[in-house]
Ligand binder design. Structure first.
Ligand SMILES: [Fe+2]
Length: 176
C-alpha cells in the first residue's frame, strides 16, 4: 500500500489553505459587486455582510497559512480551484456588464451563477473543508482551531442567508 508522506500532506494543505484565502478574497469582491448593484436595501445589506465576512476570512486564512509555514507562493489558485474559482469569475464578469440588477436579473444571477445544480457553493465548500484543514495543521493550537471554527459559523450563516435571499426573490412579487 502506498502511503502519503507527511511532506505531501503539508504540501497539499498549504495549497488548499493558500487557495482558500484567494477564493475568499474573490468571493468578497463578488458580494461587494452584488451589494453595490442591488436596490433592495435589506438584500444589499446581506450581501455587504457576506462580503465583509469573506474578506475577514481571507485575511485570517492567509495568516494561518503564514503562521503554520504552509503558505505557498508558487501555486496557481485559478487552476487549483478549477470550477470553484471559475464560477465566481463568471458571476463577476456577468455583474461587470450591469450597473444595477433588476430583481429578475438578481435571481437569475444567483440561481445560475451561485446556486447551480450540483455546484457546491463556496460557503458549503469552506464549511466542510475548514474543519478538515484545522485537524491537519502542523501547529496544533486550540486558539487557531477556534479562529477557524468562527469562519465555519459565518459560512453556516452565509448558506442560510443566500437561500433566504433567493427565496425572497422567488416568492415576493416585485414592488416596482
Ligand atoms: Fe466564505
Amino acid at each position: 500500500m502506498r502511503m502519503v508522506s507527511t511532506e505531501n500532506v503539508e504540501e497539499l494543505l498549504g495549497k488548499v489553505l493558500t487557495c482558500s484565502s484567494v477564493l475568499e478574497r474573490a468571493v468578497a469582491e463578488l458580494y461587494f459587486a452584488l451589494y453595490s448593484k442591488t436596490d433592495d436595501p435589506i438584500i444589499a445589506l446581506v450581501f455587504k455582510k457576506i462580503s465583509l465576512d469573506s474578506s475577514s476570512h481571507a485575511s485570517i486564512l492567509e495568516e494561518v497559512a503564514t503562521i503554520t509555514k504552509l503558505k505557498r507562493g508558487d501555486i496557481n489558485c485559478r487552476e487549483f480551484l478549477a470550477e470553484q474559482y471559475s464560477i465566481v469569475e463568471r458571476a463577476m464578469s456577468y455583474l461587470e456588464t450591469k450597473t444595477k440588477l433588476s430583481r429578475g436579473e438578481l435571481r437569475t444571477a444567483m440561481e445560475k451563477l451561485l446556486l447551480l445544480e450540483n455546484y457546491v457553493g463556496e460557503e458549503t465548500y469552506h464549511r466542510i473543508l475548514i474543519p478538515l484543514m484545522a485537524g491537519f495543521l502542523p501547529i496544533q493550537s486550540n486558539l487557531l482551531v477556534e479562529l477557524m471554527n468562527d469562519i465555519v459559523e459565518d459560512e453556516k450563516f452565509h448558506e442560510k442567508a443566500v437561500k433566504a435571499v433567493l427565496e425572497t426573490l422567488t416568492t415576493e412579487s416585485p414592488a416596482s
